[in-house]
Design a protein around this ligand. Structure first.
Ligand SMILES: Nc1ncnc2c1ncn2[C@@H]1O[C@H](COP(=O)(O)OP(=O)(O)O)[C@@H](O)[C@H]1O
Ligand SMILES: [Mg+2]
Length: 331
């Protein structure tokens, strides 16, 4: 049986991956149904492949077609269509008697999901490394901090019961104590202990208890605290939850160059599946997070701040903490 072009077309349309024959000028010679970005779009023919595939005026970044034609060998590349990524295998073919190939057949495979999985794997590996590092640092810092605390206590016994000197020493002792608390959290965090100590607490209470720690950060800004009238009970590890709220508010304050307003709001909501969520929302009047870094902000060590201002760990830690509690962080 001799196959007609309709039969061939039907065959290629049966393949769910985009496939196209493209000429040396990036024009579509033939394409299957899945090649067009929009199903309603014309199959192409007198259109360029980047127009039909990705609705773009420009040759896709990572396109292997030119190299395949130049070398006469199959080439592989990776291109984007909207938010999805495709591996492209570009095979040079000869459609006429010329010795050189002036056409390629491109086979596109959607690799978005495995790319994302890979990204998440790298992220969780990085987090594991951070945990290990944090654990070691925490151990190292614990001894000198104990030293500072006990010397502060010795000093306190020697100075007059009232006066600024005593107040200063009290502050030193308190700061060292707070540092030890943070370290304790870090140690718990790096050992992945957090889920063992989850208890039912009021979200409003968490916010209330975090506010005093934020005094310095919020000093130059106005604050709006809108707590839900009812107590929203959440099952979390309270210290870690406090650290998450602290991180978010601290970021908000740092994001406002001039004096601005930071608001902290608690509320509850039900999703489409009828599950109840307790929400703590932190917003600021800064310029917002630039679109081009949104994908990176949860990565460990990602920071746009100067040395000493940011570690880039706040959001990545907050995210793993919240995920451990069965929640999520949304931007
Ligand atoms: N409220 C915010 N407004 C603008 N950018 C923000 C805000 N919160 C976080 N970011 C961005 O996300 C980055 C990562 O935040 P984070 O993980 O807390 O690390 P760090 O605060 O140490 O830089 C910040 O450097 C900043 O660029
Ligand atoms: Mg931060």
């Amino acid at each position: 049986m001799k196959w007609t072009s309709v039969q061939w077309e039907g065959t290629f349309d049966g393949i769910k991956d985009p496939i196209a024959i493209v000429d040396i000028d990036f024009m579509v010679v033939r394409a299957n149904r899945h090649f067009a970005m929009k199903p309603s779009q014309e199959r192409g023919y007198e259109f360029s492949c980047h127009k039909v595939f990705a609705n773009s005026e420009f040759i896709c970044r990572g396109c292997p077609v030119a190299l395949a034609l130049e070398t006469g060998q199959p080439q592989r590349g990776q291109v984007r269509r909207g938010s999805r990524y495709y591996d492209v295998l570009s095979y040079p073919i000869r459609l006429n008697d010329d010795q050189v190939s002036t056409n390629v057949i491109n086979h596109y495979v959607d690799v978005t999901d495995s790319r994302e999985l890979h990204g998440r794997m790298i992220q969780s590996e990085k987090m594991a490394a951070v945990g290990l590092l944090a654990g070691n640092i925490a151990h190292e810092l614990n001894n000198p901090l104990t030293g500072i605390r006990s010397l502060a206590q010795v000093l306190m016994a020697e100075v007059p019961k009232s006066g600024t000197l005593r107040e200063d020493i009290v502050e030193v002792e308190k700061a060292a104590e707070r540092s030890q608390k943070i370290i304790e959290n870090l140690l718990g965090f790096s050992k992945g202990e957090s889920d063992q100590k989850q208890v039912l607490v009021s979200l409003n209470e968490i916010v209330r208890r975090t506010l005093p720690m934020l005094k310095t950060a919020m000093r130059e800004h106005r604050s709006e605290i809108l707590l839900a009238p009812e107590e929203l009970m959440v099952k979390v590890e309270p210290h870690l939850m406090q650290q998450v709220v602290f991180n978010l508010v601290n970021n908000a304050c740092q994001a406002m160059i001039d004096a601005g307003t930071v608001s902290i709001e608690t509320s509850n909501n039900e999703d489409e599946e009828g599950r109840a969520w307790s929400i703590v929302q932190v917003s600021d009047t800064g310029s917002g997070i630039p679109q081009d870094i949104i994908e990176s902000i949860f990565e460990p060590f990602f920071t746009t701040k100067e040395k000493g201002q940011g570690t880039g760990l706040g959001l990545s830690m907050s995210q793993s903490v919240i995920q451990n509690f069965g929640g999520e962080i949304r931007v």
